[in-house]
Write a protein that binds this ligand. Structure first.
Ligand SMILES: [Zn+2]
Ligand SMILES: [Zn+2]
Length: 408
């Protein structure tokens, strides 16, 4: 399923900086933190030294910081106290940088031990994108919504902007024939925004059918009428670019190995998916970026014709069953995507090299090794503060999740 590929991907530069980008199951791109702070491959500076900079008066240093790009700011966050504070402030105030976190985790209580996100990092985030699986159903009562917002405030004390993303198609009924833009968001989405604390700017993003699934974004506005104050949702014209995946907590011990393996499993699947999405972008870019060359579907046995950007992507989304990845890419992109596939193979190889000794240590079900390993594993969970000491954790949840490797 890649039904919600964003509009406008064909305008993204397609070069070596796409390596590492992930895609959600719906086809929406996500940027791992490591990619966000990576120097773009074409502009990587030679080994510059900061000696000159360090000799400037503090006031000028701070002023220079405002002209730094993200990778440089991130490096400066590891330097002197004064610079660190200012660089951190600038780094997180970037209006384009939305950080995404798991909504289900927040709905289920937001316990630090239940998630791989680096909890210290979360405390600095100003623009937060909560990826909700599905906003709806009986669990979204007023009481639960209030608890949800309390958790957001507690875990993300710096969050000034919060965007809730509903990752399922809007299922509410709308008048036939009315245009998508005029549909107000479902009542529940409005309610969730109304109950958001007033000092947070809250947005909600909804997927709607429009050729393929398309995001619409709404923000809470307060309407003053005489003595009456009501809160409504207003549609935004601009959608933010792909959100950034927050860094994971430090991994250590056998629990850490297990977490690392999970996160790599996840990364490999979702990087593969992103390559598929970006191939479509490359084809559209090749024909329509700064030129206009209508083209026929490159799949064998398909002669659909495309006159404009987005048409090809929508076609693939709607006919996915008849379109695999066996078509030939335009020549300028062939080696790039071959490199991307090669890189994925290397990730898989590295994953195997860590998985094998781990499974050996873990032992077969019912074996003596397994009993020893389980004991050690639970001891780590109970005693290491990284895993959320003093919090409820479900032994069963950990052990059952590990069954995914039993068959391998
Ligand atoms: Zn550990
Ligand atoms: Zn086709």
């Amino acid at each position: 399923m890649v039904g919600a590929i964003a509009y406008g991907n064909w305008e993204l530069p397609i070069d070596a900086n796409i390596f590492g980008i992930q895609s959600t199951w719906q086809g929406e791109l996500r940027i791992p933190f490591a990619c966000h702070i990576r120097q773009p491959s074409s502009t990587a500076p030679p080994n510059v030294s900061f000696h000159q900079f360090a000799r400037l008066p503090a006031e000028l240093q701070l002023r220079v910081l405002r002209f730094c790009d993200k990778p440089t700011l991130f490096q400066l966050m590891q330097t002197s106290h004064l610079i660190r504070i200012e660089a951190t402030k600038l780094f997180f105030s970037d209006p384009e940088a939305w950080y995404c976190v798991e909504g289900e985790w927040l709905e289920m209580g937001g316990h630090p031990s239940d998630v791989l996100h680096d909890i210290d990092f979360l405390r600095c985030i100003q623009r937060l994108h909560v990826e909700c699986g599905f906003i709806g159903g009986e669990t979204w009562t007023d009481q639960n919504i209030r608890n949800f917002w309390r958790r957001v405030q507690c875990l993300f004390p710096q969050a000034k902007y919060v965007m809730l993303g509903d990752n399922f198609k809007d299922r509410s009924h709308h008048p036939v024939g009315s245009s998508t833009a005029s549909w107000p968001p479902p009542e529940l989405h409005r309610r969730v925004c109304q109950l958001c604390p007033p000092d947070i700017n809250v947005f909600v993003s909804i997927l709607r059918r429009d050729g393929r699934l398309k995001r619409t974004l709404w923000r809470r506005v307060t309407i003053q009428e005489d003595d009456n104050e009501t809160q409504e949702l207003d549609e935004c014209q601009n959608l933010p670019g792909p959100s950034i995946i927050v860094p994971h907590k430090p991994f250590c011990g056998q629990v850490g190995t297990c977490q690392y393996l999970w996160s790599q499993d996840w990364a490999i699947i979702h990087e593969k998916k992103a390559l598929r999405v970006l191939r479509l972008a490359a084809i559209e870019r090749y024909h329509f970026y700064r030129r206009h060359e209508a083209f026929a579907c490159p799949a064998p046995n398909c002669d659909t014709w495309f006159e404009r950007p987005e048409e090809y992507t929508t076609h693939i989304v709607r006919t996915a069953r008849n379109h695999d990845d066996s078509y030939v890419l335009p020549e300028p992109y062939q080696s790039l995507f071959a490199d991307g596939e090669e890189r994925l193979e290397q990730l898989k190889q590295r994953h195997r090299e860590i998985l094998e000794p781990f499974l050996k240590w873990w032992g077969k079900f019912g074996s003596e090794e397994r009993k020893v390993a389980e004991k050690e594993f639970l001891r780590e969970l109970e005693h290491n503060p990284l895993h959320g000491q003093g919090e409820q954790f479900s032994k069963q949840r950990w052990l059952s999740t590990m069954q995914i490797w039993e068959q391998e």
